[in-house]
Ligand binder design. Structure first.
Ligand code: 5GP
Ligand code: MG
Ligand code: MG
Length: 209
C-alpha cells in the first residue's frame, strides 16, 4: 500500500456499485426469515468463514428471526495460496473450534462469495468427514457461479455476482476495501500494476479470507 493516498478515497476506486447497503439489508431479512424457518428445531451452529464474511455474518444472524433455541455462532478461517492469478485450491483452515462441538450439529456456513467453490467444498468436507456434523449448508452473500471448478449449489444466496472482481462489505483486495458498506466492482486500473489480466486476483498471495 502507498504511504500517501493523495486525497483519493476507496470510493474513487469503484467502477460501479452493484448492491447498496439497503439492497443488502433487504436480502439479509429475506434470507434470515428462511433460515429461521428451515432451522426452527435444529439448534444450528452458524459458522462464519473469515475474514470475508465478518460483515454479512454479523448482519445475517440478527435477521434470523424468530431465532431458534440452541443457535450458536462461531468462526473458521480459510485461506488459499495461489501461484499468481488463480487460487491454488490448497485451502488451509484455521480454527479453535473443538470437533466435539461440531459433532451431530446442523452447521450453516456463512460465506462472502462462492467462486470456484474450492474453499466451501474444503470447509464442508472437513465439517462432515472430520468433525461429524449432522448436516452442512451454506449461506453466501454472493454466488459467482460462472467460475465454478467444483459443482456446488449454496442453499441460501444473497445475490448472483457477475464475473467481475468485487470488493466491499467484507470483501477485500489485498486487505483493502473490506469496510465499505456496499459491494462494488473494483476499477481494473487498481490492480493493473500487478500485471493481473482479468477479474481474478484472488490467488495473488493469501486469499479465501
Ligand atoms: P473460491 O474460489 O474458493 O470459491 O473462493 C475463494 C475466495 O476467493 C472467496 O472466499 C473470496 O475471499 C475470494 N474471492 C473470489 N471472488 C472474489 C471477488 O470477486 N472479490 C473478492 N474480493 N474476493 C473474491
Ligand atoms: Mg470467503
Ligand atoms: Mg480476500
Amino acid at each position: 500500500m502507498e504511504a500517501s493516498t493523495s486525497g483519493r478515497t476507496y470510493h474513487d476506486d469503484m467502477a460501479r456499485i452493484l448492491w447498496s447497503p439497503d439492497d443488502i439489508t433487504a436480502r439479509c431479512r429475506v434470507l434470515g426469515r428462511q433460515i429461521a424457518n428451515d432451522y426452527k428445531s435444529k439448534a444450528p451452529l452458524v459458522l462464519g468463514v473469515l475474514k470475508g464474511s465478518f460483515m454479512f455474518a454479523s448482519d445475517l444472524v440478527r435477521c434470523i428471526e424468530p431465532c431458534p433455541r440452541g443457535l450458536t455462532l462461531d468462526f473458521i478461517r480459510a485461506s488459499s495460496y495461489g501461484s499468481g492469478t488463480e487460487s491454488s485450491g490448497d485451502v488451509k483452515l484455521k480454527t479453535d473450534l473443538k470437533k466435539e462441538k461440531v459433532q451431530g450439529r446442523h452447521v450453516l456456513l456463512v460465506e462472502d462469495i462462492v467462486d470456484t467453490a474450492l474453499t466451501i467444498t474444503t470447509v464442508s468436507r472437513y465439517l462432515l468427514e472430520e468433525c461429524g456434523a449432522a448436516s452442512v449448508a451454506t449461506a453466501t452473500l454472493l454466488d459467482k457461479h460462472e467460475r465454478r471448478k467444483l459443482a456446488y449449489s449454496p442453499e441460501y444466496v444473497g445475490f448472483v455476482c457477475p464475473n467481475e472482481f468485487v470488493v466491499g462489505y467484507g470483501l477485500d483486495f489485498d486487505e483493502e476495501y473490506r469496510t465499505l458498506p456496499y459491494i462494488g466492482v473494483l476499477k481494473p486500473e487498481c490492480y493493473a500494476h500487478l500485471g493481473i489480466p482479468g477479474p481474478e486476483p484472488v490467488g495473488s498471495g493469501e486469499s479465501g479470507d
